[in-house]
Design a protein around this ligand. Structure first.
Ligand SMILES: Nc1ncnc2c1ncn2[C@@H]1O[C@H](COP(=O)(O)OP(=O)(O)OP(=O)(O)O)[C@@H](O)[C@H]1O
Ligand SMILES: [Mg+2]
Length: 241
């Protein structure tokens, strides 16, 4: 099958399954996952430990391959029942912004360069890459640490830098795994506000895995996952202004 694109942007998953291992010890981490996130939308994903949240994000992030189902990201078909897109590295670089629970900053680059590196790799001029980095650092209230090294930052500051890095290339899809866990209430809400602003401004589709009670009321739509099966519910969609 040749590479396919669709008119449909955002994220769409249909009947996704993931089996780890084989035979007697096989684990069906995902059984039947259906999910869609429109461009400009931020949805929550919640579920108990072992329910398949990280597995789902890894499939979405093209880090592991699902065993069944179909998935499209930002208008490109990534998997379709056993078929996988060829250039997964380009896909990850161009389409997906990751925000992990652990910051994984590059220890020998300062804060600004940790962020500016990605737009530079994507072909932006250095000045523009640094300008974008500084803009996001200011928005996330770590602009005053722009020239510090990662080891000189607090845990929460490192996390905010990692969030800036996930957003800087303005990918059509952002996947965030517990992005606010180490942050206090006000900063957690700032992060959610920025994700919502990004979503609106750049038509980004964003999935936030969380069990952070501080931010759950902000989602308009929430997916639940239990034993590898998703369900959907209306969230409170509390105003962030
Ligand atoms: N590499 C693997 N090999 C085999 N089984 C795995 C592997 N990774 C995860 N699993 C199993 O798949 C299921 C889903 O795991 P997953 O990590 O997706 O859960 P989770 O919802 O992220 O949980 P948590 O909230 O604890 O992070 C679990 O039963 C887990 O033991
Ligand atoms: Mg997990």
């Amino acid at each position: 099958m040749a590479e396919q694109t669709t008119e449909e942007r955002g994220i769409r998953i249909e009947g996704l399954g993931k089996r780890y291992g084989r035979g007697d010890t096989a684990v069906d981490a995902l059984r039947q996952v259906d999910m869609s996130v429109a461009p400009g939308e931020v949805v929550g994903l919640i579920g108990p430990s072992g329910s398949g949240k990280t597995t789902l994000l890894k499939c979405l992030g093209a880090v592991i391959e699902p065993s069944a189902g179909r998935m499209t990201l930002g208008g490109t078909v990534i998997y379709d029942n056993g078929w996988t897109i060829r250039d997964l590295r380009a896909l990850r670089r161009d389409k997906i912004g990751f925000v992990f629970q652990a910051p994984y900053l590059i220890p020998f680059l300062n804060v600004t360069d940790n962020i500016a590196l990605l737009p530079m790799l994507a072909g932006q001029p250095n000045r523009e890459a640094r300008r974008r980095a500084r803009e996001l650092l200011d928005a996330l209230d770590v602009g005053h640490r722009a020239l510090a090294m990662p080891s000189q930052l607090s845990g929460g500051e490192q996390q905010r830098v990692a969030i800036a890095r996930g957003l800087v290339n303005r990918p059509p899809v952002i996947l965030a795994d517990e992005p606010t866990a180490p942050l206090d209430s006000e900063r957690a809400l700032t992060v959610i506000r920025i994700l919502n602003d990004m979503a609106r401004k750049f038509e980004t589709a964003i999935i936030v895995v969380t069990h952070d009670e501080k931010i759950i009321p902000t989602f308009k739509r929430i997916y639940h996952i239990r034993d590898g099966i998703t369900g959907e519910e209306q969230g409170e969609g509390r105003d962030l202004r």
